[in-house]
Design a protein around this ligand. Structure first.
Ligand code: SF4
Length: 380
């Protein structure tokens, strides 16, 4: 009988493998700070195999591995990495840049290897937004073409959108495209100014809260939505009941009107929010192209390097960044908030904005402990 390694009961749901920082694009908001050619310190196929073995030793094949970049298709050995992931029995998602390298033959390879999901970035429905962000004319058309071919191949497709001041009013049109195309998931990222994204305008606290509330109502259209670095999404419906002024305002009204104008309701006609799912630190581990380990791709806090130490010892030396421990250590208003275990705020945003990874999420307007229907002035 095949022996299984000892497994920890708590395991990260997603482990990101940044296979390269090489990319055909130079997006203005790129977390990876991508470059045209591979970096000199990129890990080899053997090193990636060793890391996959280490993950298996700790948690078995429970975590989903996300093969990302840069553009992972720029690695000549990408098929070998994926084959090893499958050999060890992991489920995997594939996160490429939208380029001609993602041809039909590669899509068939992904299908054959039971890829759980392919994700593509779509940050606008107009070239003025999408191509501008990617600094490449025609990238929107390439993305639209790929959406069609990925769906045709029968693969699950996830669209990733980063919310910025530049594209906030295009969100309803993106929602409409996802709805009409039957795309399985929409992952909405709230910009953290890291990598090249340091120079991109994010959104205000009012916009952050109102966009999350608007997203929480889109279940009526059958959309499957997750947020990244938007943990308030999990409890935004409860905030709406307790402190409506924190989630309803001009941005929410505009987004709702645009959405109602372009999407036919397919669920209840009653406008109602529903709590949602969100990824941030704690449930994820991010392993960079050169072996650095971070709590997540946007949480710019290096925990160690896999060329120097094992994954087990790096995680053992940083227990405060586990999902539960991080909430026990929260300070500022997140530390006294009744939602701290279900929301907890974005640690990546707190770190970037205040230098304190355990401080308050600077985009949250909720006042902890407020009574239902109160109107108050937000604290930070
Ligand atoms: S105060 Fe912090 S924990 Fe509470 S809702 Fe806001 S971000 Fe979440």
């Amino acid at each position: 009988m095949k022996a299984h390694p000892p497994e920890s009961k708590i395991f990260p749901s997603l482990i990101f493998l940044e296979t390269t920082v090489a990319c055909d694009y130079s997006c203005r908001h790129c977390r990876a700070d991508s470059q045209p050619l591979p970096s000199n310190d990129e890990m080899s196929l053997g090193e990636f195999r060793d890391i996959i073995d280490q993950v298996y030793e700790i948690w078995g094949n429970k975590p989903i591995l996300v093969i990302t970049g840069g553009n992972p298709l720029l690695r000549s050995d990408i098929k070998s990495i994926i084959s090893y992931v499958r050999l060890k029995g992991f489920r995997f998602a594939f996160s490429p840049a939208a380029s001609d390298l993602l041809d039909n033959s590669f899509l068939k390879f992904l299908k054959l290897n039971r890829c759980s999901s392919v994700s593509l970035s779509l940050d606008g429905v107009s070239p003025e937004t999408h191509d501008w962000l990617r600094r490449k004319d025609g990238s929107l058309n390439i993305t639209f073409d790929l959406i069609g071919r990925i769906m045709q191949e029968g693969l699950n497709l996830q669209i990733n959108t980063t919310v910025m001041s530049r594209n906030i009013l295009e969100l309803p049109a993106i929602a409409s495209l996802i709805h009409d195309s039957g795309i399985s998931a929409w992952e909405v990222f709230f910009l953290i100014n890291t990598g090249r994204g340091i120079n991109v305008d994010g959104i205000s606290p009012e916009e952050y809260m109102q966009v999350n509330y608007w997203l929480s109502e889109l279940w009526r259209y059958g959309l499957n939505i997750r947020t990244v670095e938007g943990p308030v999404f999990r409890i935004i419906g409860e905030i709406a009941e307790k402190q409506p002024s924190a989630v309803i305002g001009k941005t929410y009204q505009i987004l709702s009107e645009k959405t109602d104008a372009i999407l036919e309701e397919c669920g209840s006609s009653k406008r109602k929010s529903r709590s949602g799912h969100t990824y941030n630190h704690g449930g994820t581990i991010f392993i960079s192209h050169n072996g650095n380990v971070y709590p997540s791709g946007l949480f710019n806090l290096k925990l160690g390097n896999l060329r120097e130490n094992s994954l087990q010892s790096i995680l053992g030396r940083n227990p405060e960044y586990s999902a539960l421990s991080i909430r026990e250590k929260l300070g500022g208003k997140c530390g006294i908030c009744e939602f701290k275990y279900r929301c907890g705020g974005s640690r990546a945003r707190a770190l970037y904005s205040t230098g304190d990874a355990f401080g308050a999420d600077p985009l949250c307007l909720y006042i902890p402990g407020i009574k239902r229907g109160d109107i108050g002035i937000a604290l930070h």
